[in-house]
Each structure stands twice: as C-alpha cells, then as structure tokens.
Design a protein around this ligand. Structure first.
Ligand code: NAD
Length: 424
C-alpha cells in the first residue's frame, strides 16, 4: 500500500492510514543514538503485531545542529511545513541555540503549530530505581498549558527604554507604582492567561480522563496569590467542567456550594455518592502544596491540568520520583487540529554524544504515546510490556545500572535489541 498522510477527520478524530508517513527529527547530541534505538523497537513492534499490514514510513526532517550545519538555518521553514502537513511527528532532543534569533527550537515548534497541551505521563516501571519509598503509587498524566503564562516571552530587561515605558505606564496609568519595590532596577515579565487558553487545556484533560476511565482531574494553580490569572484558571476550569460535561463529572466547586447551602456532612455525602457512581471528580490543589502531595500521597492524583510554569516544575519533579530523565516521555499536542510532536523530555547530553550508552526509553516511550495517539494501541502496549520486562530482568543502560544491584550493563543499541527480544 502506498504511504499516505494522517489527517484530521470531520468528527475531530484522526484518520490514520495503514502506512502513514511520520516525519522525525533525529535530534542533536545523544539524539542519533536514542533515535536509532527507538526506531528499531517501534518498527519491530508494529511488524510483530500487524505482520506487515501496518508500517510507518519515516520521513526525516531537519532541525537543530544538523539543520544548521546543512542549511545554515536552525529550524528550516521546510521542516515546519512538513510537520504541519503530516500532523504527527516525533523528535529527539535539540540543542538550544545560544545567542541566536531563536530562543528555543522546542518553543518555536510549539508556537508555530499552536501545540497547546504538553502531555507528560508519569508512571513507574517495576525495578526502575526511584528515590521514593512507594513509586508504584505514582501514575499521573500531566496536562501542562503550553502557549501562555510567563512563558509567552514578554520580558523587558532592566534599564531598557521598554522597561522604563512599562514602569511609567504602571505608575501613572494603573497606579500600581507602590507595588514595585525597586522601580529603577526592575526588569519586567508579563503573564498572560486567557479564558480560551485555559479552557481548551482543561477540556483536553477532562476528555482524556473520561476516555481512559480515570478517577480525577486535579487543577493545580497558585490562585491564592495570583488571583486573576491562576485563580481564574481554576474557576474557569470548574465552570467549564460543569457546563460541558454535566453529570459525567462532580467538581469541588459543587462540593463547596453544597457545603455552604446544606452543610459539610451533606456535601461530603454527595461527593461520596458521585465517586461511587464513577463520576470523574474535578478538584484543585495549590501548586506548592501539590509538590509535596505528589511525594507524600501520589496515589491521590491521576490527571493533572496546570499552567505552563507550574507544569514545568511539576512534570520534572514527578518524573524524578519514578526514575527521572532517561525514561520520562512527552508530547505536545493540539487536539483540535490534530497536530502533535512526540519528544524525549531530556536534553542532548552533549558529553555522551555518539557513545551509544544513554537510555533511549524517554524517546521510545514518546513513540509509544504516538502509537496510542494513532490508535495503534496493541503495538504501544506490547512495547511497554517488553520494556518493563527488560527492566525487571535488570538488563539496562548505564543510568539504571549505576543505581541497581546485580544488573547487566547494556549499550543503547543492545538495550533496544533486548526489548525486541521481549516483545510478546
Ligand atoms: P540534559 O538532559 O541534556 O542532560 C543532563 C544530564 O542528564 C546528562 O548529563 C545525563 O547525565 C542525563 N541524561 C540526559 N538524557 C539521558 C538519557 N537519555 N539517559 C541517561 N541519562 C541522561 O540537560 P542539559 O545538559 O541541561 O542540556 C543540554 C542541551 O540540551 C542544552 O542545549 C539544552 O538547551 C538542551 N535541551 C533540550 C531539550 C529538548 O530538546 N527537549 C530539553 C532539555 C534541554
């Protein structure tokens, strides 16, 4: 069958051909090592499950150092066009250009394709060394807003005419001068958080939880301090959940109303009833408290919806509790257009480039997320199981080897072969 494109169907579901063209960016530093290992396993699993009926046609696109060396451009327009045209792509880690026009290639990709969800599942695989006592209780899927917040890049350096102008506006027009402790030596950053942007993120998180039959969505925010941005994020989230998902959900906002009108016992009884009816519980936690809760009682949290900066901290902290950087996968998704870029969450670790020693699991599990996104769940599950078996047998790369007793040290490519051997 000729290869063809993944497209978004009129009903908002992807249409995936049996031979989809998937663009890939190999990545810089350790990128080529972890990508070739991941590709080997992805292809082997698809062949193993579908016996030739389905096959991915990989299409390389250039970005990062490789693109710069070949074209003089860190992110050629052609690469963006291809990623846009084929909807779903996957990438290894990219060097962040220093002093160039692009702040970060990853951020540029997210903005160009309006990839508003940064999706980070955090789950423990038996045997993975972890700093927490019960890593088996960690099983979260983090939806981090990816386009707004302090990350929008609206910043003005100290002493610039822009900073001065903004200071003037804040003092004279908005009468907020007293709130700026050292006006003459202040730099400024602006934090845009919109209703629309918050709603599409929280909607995606709720839909995901319902589709996967998960118990709760926790809105994480710092609304006690930043009332009109982070506080509004929470309120918009509750309102959206009640308005769009009706009796499929029960929110802590509803609990709070019931408490006020009927008392705490009645409110608790309602919440219990909603839980026993299998309703999705929508709750909220303040970000600083959440960072301790995921260490103390991670089992209380399932899907998490949060803003950009909180999401950055939370996803790395949560990932660390299940073995960290070498194994945490990620994706950037626009569920409306279907655009998605699946990616390793670690960087290029340039010191280890071409050593064939690093752990390919982060990129491989991003590939697993991609297979799930394409609806090829059998292949996705089979890789996850084979990876889990490989780790359980303590046949691992250097990062895990150093933290395990009696493990066997494997090269990146040998680790991939071992996973392939364990496909069932
Ligand atoms: P890094 O993630 O590249 O490396 C930090 C350390 O983590 C490494 O020294 C290594 O010990 C460990 N590590 C990383 N990946 C590993 C793997 N697969 N297996 C085992 N151990 C692994 O972070 P850094 O050194 O801060 O950044 C290096 C470059 O990567 C910078 O240019 C940075 O901007 C870029 N970066 C890119 C991405 C991305 O493309 N998504 C993310 C983070 C950093």
């Amino acid at each position: 069958m000729p290869a063809s494109k993944v497209v978004m169907g009129p009903d908002g579901h992807l249409i995936v051909p049996d031979n989809p063209v998937i663009p890939f960016i190999e990545g810089d530093g350790i990128g080529p090592d972890v990508w070739s290992a991941s590709k080997l396993v992805l292809d082997a699993a698809v062949e193993h499950i579908y016996s030739g009926k389905r096959k991915i046609e990989w299409l390389e696109i250039l970005a990062g150092e490789k693109a710069f060396n070949e074209t003089g451009d860190w992110l050629p327009a052609e690469s963006l066009d291809i990623a846009r045209e084929y909807l779903v792509s996957i990438k290894g880690p990219l060097t962040t250009p220093v002093g160039g026009g692009i702040r970060s290639l990853n951020v540029a990709l997210r903005q160009e394709l309006d990839l508003y969800v940064c999706l980070r599942p955090v789950k423990w695989y038996k045997g993975v060394p972890s700093p927490v006592v019960h890593p088996e209780n960690v099983n979260m899927v983090i939806f981090r807003e990816n386009t707004e917040d302090i990350y929008a890049g609206i910043e003005f350096a100290m002493g610039t005419p822009e900073a001065e102008k903004l200071l003037h506006f804040l003092v004279n027009d908005l009468h907020a001068g007293k709130k700026i402790r050292f006006p003459e030596t202040s730099a400024f950053g602006i934090k845009p958080v919109s209703k629309e942007g918050s709603e599409r993120l929280i909607r995606a998180a709720i839909k995901y939880a319902l589709e996967h039959n998960l118990p709760s969505v926790t809105i994480v925010h710092k609304g006690n301090i930043m009332k009109y941005t982070e506080g509004a994020f929470k309120l918009w989230g509750y309102a959206l959940a009640e308005r769009e998902f009706g009796d499929k959900v029960y929110t802590w906002g509803q609990w709070e109303n019931a408490r006020k009108t009927q008392g705490e016992d009645a409110a608790n009884a309602r919440l219990k009833r909603a839980e026993s009816q299998g309703k999705l519980i929508i709750k909220d936690v303040i970000a600083d408290n959440f960072l301790q809760q995921i260490l103390l009682s991670p089992g209380d949290y399932s899907v998490v919806a949060t803003l950009n900066l909180n999401g950055d901290y939370i996803s790395d902290a949560a990932a660390a509790s299940v073995g960290g950087i070498g194994i945490a996968p990620g994706a950037n998704i626009n569920y409306i257009t279907g655009h998605a870029v699946f990616e390793a969450t670690h960087g290029t670790a340039p010191r280890f480039a071409n050593t064939n020693t690093m752990n390919p699991s982060s990129l491989l599990l991003s590939g697993v997320m991609m297979l799930e996104y394409l609806g090829w769940t059998e292949a996705a599950e089979c890789i996850e199981e084979a990876l889990a078996t490989t780790i359980k047998r303590k046949r691992v790369t250097i990062d895990f080897y150093n933290l395990m007793h009696d493990a066997t040290l494997l090269k990146t490519s040998e680790f991939a072969q071992e996973i392939i051997k364990n496909l069932v």
